[in-house]
Design a protein around this ligand. Structure first.
Ligand code: FES
Length: 125
C-alpha cells in the first residue's frame, strides 16, 4: 500500500490518499481520481504542465526502495524545463535513482509512500 500525500499552495491543506493495488497508475491519474488540482494538459509527457516534486518517504534509503526507469521523453522535458541536474541524469541512468522533479503524467505510483508537491502556474513556459 502506498500513501501519496499531495501538498500545494493551490490546496487549503495537504491531502493524503491511499493508492491501493488495482487503482495505481500515474501520480496524475491518482491526483485526478481524488480531485487534486495538479495542472495538466497533454498527459503524454510533452507539455511540462504537470511538473511536480516527488519526495520519497521511505526512511531506509534516500530514494526509497524502488528504482525507476526515467523515459527519454520525461528526461528531455525535465531538461527543457531546467528541472533536472546533470548529476540527477547520471543517477537516473546509472543507478535508476529518481530525480527530484517529475512529470506527474509520467511518474507511476509504486509501493512506497511519497510526498508530491506542486506549484501550478509557474511551471508553464
Ligand atoms: Fe503534459 Fe504531463 S500533462 S507533460
Amino acid at each position: 500500500m502506498a500513501n501519496v500525500t499531495f501538498s500545494s499552495p493551490r490546496m487549503g491543506k495537504d491531502v493524503t490518499v491511499y493508492a491501493i493495488a488495482g487503482d495505481r497508475g500515474t501520480v496524475l491519474a491518482v491526483a485526478k481520481q481524488h480531485k487534486i488540482p495538479i495542472p495538466f494538459d497533454c498527459q503524454d509527457g510533452e507539455c511540462g504542465s504537470c511538473l511536480v516534486e516527488v519526495t520519497h518517504l521511505n526512511p531506509t534509503t534516500t530514494y526509497g526502495k524502488y528504482g525507476i526507469a526515467l523515459t527519454e521523453k520525461e528526461k528531455e522535458m525535465l531538461k527543457q524545463l531546467g528541472k533536472i541536474t546533470k548529476e540527477e541524469i547520471v543517477n537516473a541512468e546509472v543507478n535508476d535513482m529518481p530525480p527530484r522533479h517529475r512529470l506527474a503524467c509520467q511518474c507511476f505510483v509504486r509501493n512506497e509512500d511519497i510526498l508530491v508537491t506542486f506549484e501550478g502556474d509557474e511551471t508553464l513556459p
